[in-house]
Design a protein around this ligand. Sequence first.
Ligand code: ATP
Ligand code: MG
Length: 564
Amino acid sequence: MKASNYFIPTLKETPSEAEVPSHIYLVRGGFIRQLAAGLYEYLPLGFRVLKKIENIIRKHMDETGALEVLLPILTPSELWQETGRWEVYGKELFKVEDRKGRLFALGPTHEETITDLIRKNIRSYKDLPKNFYQIQTKFRDEARPRYGLIRGREFLMKDAYSFDVSEEMAIKSYEIMKKAYKKIFDELGLDYLMVEADTGAIGGKFSHEFVVKAANGEAHIVYCEKCEYAANVEAAKYEFELDKLPPEKEKPLEKVHTPKVSSVDDVAKFLGVDTKKIVKTLVYILSDGTAIAVLIRGDRELNETKLINHFNILDARLATSKELEKMGIVEGFVGPIGLDIPVYADVSVKDLHNFVVGANEKDYHYINVNIPRDFKPIEFVDFSTAKENDPCPNCKSPLKETTGLEVGHIFLLGTKYSEAMKAYFVDKDGKEKPIIMGCYGIGVSRLMAAAVEQNHDENGIIWPENIAPFKLHILALNMKDEKIREVAERIYNLAKEKGIEVLYDDRDMSAGAKFKDADLIGIPHRIVVGRGVKNKIVEYQHRKDQQKQSISIENIENFFEELV
Ligand code: ATP
Ligand code: MG
């Protein structure tokens, strides 16, 4: 491809709305443009990368025997009503109305649609197993679309759905997908972790996320360097037994004056005790309207996802000052003793002795509190957010913490959708049973950004080999020099003959501008045709290390053979 005939509108300046490297370089490099918040146009260069990612995914999905389909983007509201997700999905669902007043959602995911297809077309165990997938644009009205392709409102996803006769078979299908995902992310050339994940609003039995390590990622992961364990902090089990304080003899309960001292650190300092012995009392309002108190040790953070999952509710939030006041609760000095709402406790509070809690009275705390002598929580639940140095649930060594971008997510759904939508099959024994399902997503467009987050320097992108828009970039440094032009043209034609995907910068521009653009665009291999042609020499560079290497023009054919 000749750059003079192509369309690569590179920018010198960073667009004001771009905060992270992938967003900055994809816009500046002429890969994408923003139409409106969370909506992007893929320009020719960006489209090439997207297609490469898509094709790697497709190849490995096809290898598993999954069958590619294409489902409508408009999905009837009635299907979403059947599973209750018309409401549950909330404001993220883009809803539209047709001319007759019938409501639809622009598909954010397709469990309902595919389950409807299956229930209408699959009758018997003989029709199973099946796995259908599609690569399609999805719509989600995200609360905060940001970071360019990382969180769009319209984005490309690969979604697959498996259907099996038994849980055992469904686990097999799940394992096949897991393996295919590893092959996909390996071939894409990314550094990723497969982590145990929370099953969230989609629901289901177990799930794994594939997370590309990146400084700007929203996913928080703990992982073990000793064994294979890795989990989302929301899903990681907290091994409180290994993190307990030694037992103590109970001391008598005492109310102490703690004027204006209410934060964990301040109370610990004021009383001269370890933060592990300060117990926070958090008042939460659950989505069903009830108020509860949750106790957690001062050195731990409560995880709202664990809370939401435990109570099987849609949402939970901390009570506001006004709400606390209405309930007669003293902000900053809340404690479980004598509190009028249900009290739950994180496992970190279990077997804790002589600890400190608020006294439900301004400027007072209780010290030497003990369970069950002074109060009794309804139950102890793991509500803790995992963090660096927590003991690994597998091998007990200290965990590491990192951030990353979730690029894939697989779920063993079980019968959640098949029961809600009556997708049954007749088994060998003649009985009707719900089909066991799994679902498997990959963020195709997010992957493009993830690859850049992981592969860039201060000058631009460094594309991994397999998804680079072109493999080779030829720069002719001075188009006015006939010899340079002639050699560059010849090398370009030869590369094409060899089947190398090549971009030839034949524009009438300064050498400096060409190098700048080439660094920004990030094509891995580069041949620079300049003054060296007089001595029958061109220069080779890899975008990664920028080391210059002279190649004699006669040798270029061999060089291309190696490149292929
Ligand atoms: P997130 O936690 O990032 O919102 P999710 O759990 O909502 O993701 P899934 O419903 O599992 O995501 O969707 C499958 C995949 O689609 C995700 O792993 C992610 O890579 C991608 N994805 C999800 N939301 C977006 C978005 N708004 N923009 C781009 N890609 C997305
Ligand atoms: Mg989401």
